[in-house]
Design a protein around this ligand. Structure first.
Ligand code: SF4
Length: 289
């Protein structure tokens, strides 16, 4: 179900020293990609719909409102993060086509962006990202968990395949667009094996990614309830292990050391050569372990 809404402001200021951007912009509320671990489920609590994956709210006036904010004398051209709460390239964007208009505005007002996605649709706007990278700065991140397609269909059913997501990085090789991998969330007992992490690190290197930022699954309500229920019905053999881990019964420290050890080893095996980054604070500053 899609519902049209209007917004009063397009940009929300973020007061954080640890994030590599100052502003957040979300075109949509809710996300059709249906990732079972989605941390943004809480955002629908503020609406009269609890169905984050099924009720998508579309900010129809986002482009006009954004231009009003960007053309102010006081605008400092700080970095905007697109889609911190929902994916800007989910299915409805094929029809709405807000992103090309937003990118043209950012080019016009010389404003850098950072965006992460799980959708190959981003490549529709490839030239605009490259133009923005030339005049202000553009940073594109793909978020990935596994190359196992059967598992991907269960945990991220409406996203692009992992292979398709890596093609985004391939497409920006040799351009000024900074492109990286958010290897997250790493799901305990499902995507944390050395074999799985190796395929992702290897692909990141082959795609000449500028960085890889890994992060373990962190569960807070209401995502915790949703995800544990998903595990109970889809992977019942893992349910007890998950409950123990996320209730603090299991030895989290030992587990994290094991996974972090794998990652440190793989980082050395698949070193990356980042291009000079256009932002004062880079995504590698994110510490998610
Ligand atoms: S793509 Fe992002 S916002 Fe959309 S469901 Fe997945 S995790 Fe949530």
């Amino acid at each position: 179900m899609y519902k049209s809404i209007t917004c009063k402001t397009a940009l929300n200021h973020l007061n954080s020293n640890y994030l590599p951007y100052e502003w957040d912009l979300n075109i949509y509320r809710g996300c059709l990609h249906h990732c079972q671990y989605c941390y943004a489920l809480y955002s629908h609590n503020y609406l009269n719909s609890g169905d984050f994956f099924g009720s998508i709210y579309v900010k129809e006036n986002i482009v006009e409102v954004l231009e009003t904010q960007l053309k102010k004398q006081s605008w400092k051209h700080e970095t905007i993060n697109l889609g911190g709460v929902t994916d800007s390239y989910q299915a409805i964007e094929t029809v709405k086509k807000f992103m090309p208009e937003i990118l043209r505005l950012l080019i016009k007002y010389r404003t850098p962006i950072s965006i992460s996605t799980k959708s190959k649709l981003l490549l529709r706007d490839k030239e605009l990202f490259e133009e923005l990278a030339e005049v202000a700065g553009a940073h594109v991140a793909i978020s990935v968990t596994t190359f196992d397609e059967e598992l991907r269909k269960k945990i991220e059913p409406a996203s692009s395949t992992t292979t398709e997501r890596f093609k985004i990085l391939e497409a920006f090789k040799g351009t000024k667009v900074m492109a990286g991998v958010l290897m997250m969330p790493i799901l305990p007992y499902l995507t944390d094996s050395e074999e799985n992490l190796r395929t992702l690190f290897k692909s990141a290197r082959e795609a000449q990614a500028d960085y890889v930022v890994p992060g373990l699954l962190n569960l807070r309500q209401p995502t915790k309830g949703h995800f544990l229920n998903f595990i109970k019905t889809t992977f019942p053999e893992l349910y007890t292990a998950y409950v123990d881990y996320y209730s603090g019964k299991a030895d989290k420290k030992a587990y994290r050391q094991t996974v972090y050890g794998r990652i440190s080893k793989l980082k050395k095996e698949y070193p990356l050569t980042p291009k000079q980054r256009p932002f004062p604070r880079g995504p590698e500053q994110l510490t998610l372990f």
